[in-house]
Design a protein around this ligand. Structure first.
Ligand code: NAP
Length: 245
C-alpha cells in the first residue's frame, strides 16, 4: 500500500511511519522540518523499507497542490492518507490571539481538507483506500485552556463524519482515532505548563495527565501506530457509518 503520512517528522507520525514500513508499506512522509524528515526517511530506507520525504506546510493549499504533483509523479498513486499533523496550544481564552486560533484550525483541520481534496482522485482509483484522521479525546469533550485545540479537533471529527458518508459510495474507509495523552513533544509542553503554573514536579504533572486517560497512564506513540496499522486492515465504514476509536 502507498501511504501518505502528515506530521511524520517526529512523535506519533514518526512512530506510524516506522511501523507501517515494517509492515511492508511504501511511504510518503510529510512535514516542514527537512532534517528531521530526512532522518526518518533514511532510517526507513536503511532498514530495507521505501520512504520519500516531502517538505510541505500542510496549512497552505498551494503547497499541498505541489505536494500532490510531486507524490503522484514519484508513486503513481496513493492508497491511504494519515492526517496526523497537528499543534496543541494551551492558553487561557483571553490569551488566545487571532493568529493562534487560525493557526490551530489551519493545522488541525483545514490541512486534512486540503490533503483529502488533493488526493481524492487517487483514493477513488485505489481498491483498498483509507483515510485515517488523528483527532484526540478533545474531539468529543472539552478541556480547560485549550479552546482552539478542542474546537479544531471537534471540527476534524465533523469533517471525518461528513466524508465517511460522502466517500462510502467509493468504498473509501474513513476512520478517526481519538487518543488521550501520548508521550511526544505535545505532552512535554503540557507538563512544562503544569509545573510552571503549579510548582508540581515533572513526575506529578505526568501522573496528573495520565489519570485523564482511560488507562490511567500516558500512551506511547507506538500504541497509536499499532492502532493505525490495525485500521488499515479493516474496512471502517458500513453504510456510511464512521468509525471513531
Ligand atoms: P508532535 O510530536 O509535536 O508532532 C507534530 C507533527 O506535526 C510534527 O511532525 C510536525 O512537523 C507536524 N506539523 C505541525 N504543523 C505542521 C504543518 N503546518 N505542516 C506540516 N506538518 C506540520 O505531536 P504529536 O503528539 O506527535 O501529535 C500528532 C497528532 O496527534 C496531532 O494531530 C495531535 O493533535 C494528535 N494528538 C496528540 C496527543 C498527545 O498527547 N501527544 C493526544 C491526542 C492527539 P514539523 O514541525 O516538522 O512541520
Amino acid at each position: 500500500m502507498n501511504i501518505l503520512i502528515t506530521g511524520a517528522s517526529r512523535g506519533i507520525g514518526k512512530a506510524i511511519a516506522l511501523k507501517a514500513s515494517a509492515e511492508g508499506h511504501t511511504l510518503a512522509l510529510v512535514a516542514r522540518s527537512a532534517d528531521a524528515l530526512l532522518g526518518v526517511e533514511t532510517s526507513i530506507n536503511n532498514n530495507k523499507g521505501t520512504a520519500k520525504s516531502y517538505v510541505c506546510d500542510v496549512t497552505s493549499p498551494q503547497q499541498v497542490a505541489s505536494l500532490h504533483q510531486a507524490v503522484i509523479s514519484d508513486f503513481g498513486g496513493i492508497d491511504a492518507i494519515i492526517n496526523n499533523a497537528g499543534i496543541a496550544p494551551s492558553l487561557k481564552l483571553e490569551e488566545t490571539t487571532d493568529t493562534i486560533w487560525r493557526e490551530t484550525f489551519d493545522t488541525n483541520v483545514s490541512s486534512a481538507f486540503y490533503i483529502v481534496r488533493a488526493f481524492i482522485g487517487e483514493l477513488r482509483n485505489s481498491n483498498d483506500a483509507h483515510i485515517i484522521n488523528i483527532a484526540s479525546t478533545a474531539a468529543s469533550e472539552g478541556f480547560a485552556y485549550t479552546a482552539a485545540y478542542t474546537a479544531s479537533k471537534h471540527a476534524l471529527l465533523g469533517f471525518s463524519r461528513a466524508i465517511a458518508k460522502e466517500f462510502f459510495r467509493y468504498d473509501i474507509s474513513v476512520a478517526t482515532l481519538c487518543p488521550g495523552f501520548v508521550r511526544t513533544s505535545i505532552l512535554d509542553a503540557s507538563i512544562r505548563n503544569i509545573t510552571s503554573k503549579t510548582g508540581k514536579t515533572n513526575e506529578e504533572a505526568e501522573r496528573q495527565l495520565g489519570l485523564m486517560n482511560i488507562s490511567g497512564n500516558i500512551l506511547e506513540p507506538d500504541e497509536i501506530a499499532t492502532a493505525v496499522i490495525n485500521l488499515l486492515k479493516l474496512r471502517a465504514v458500513e453504510n456510511g457509518q464512521e468509525m471513531i476509536l
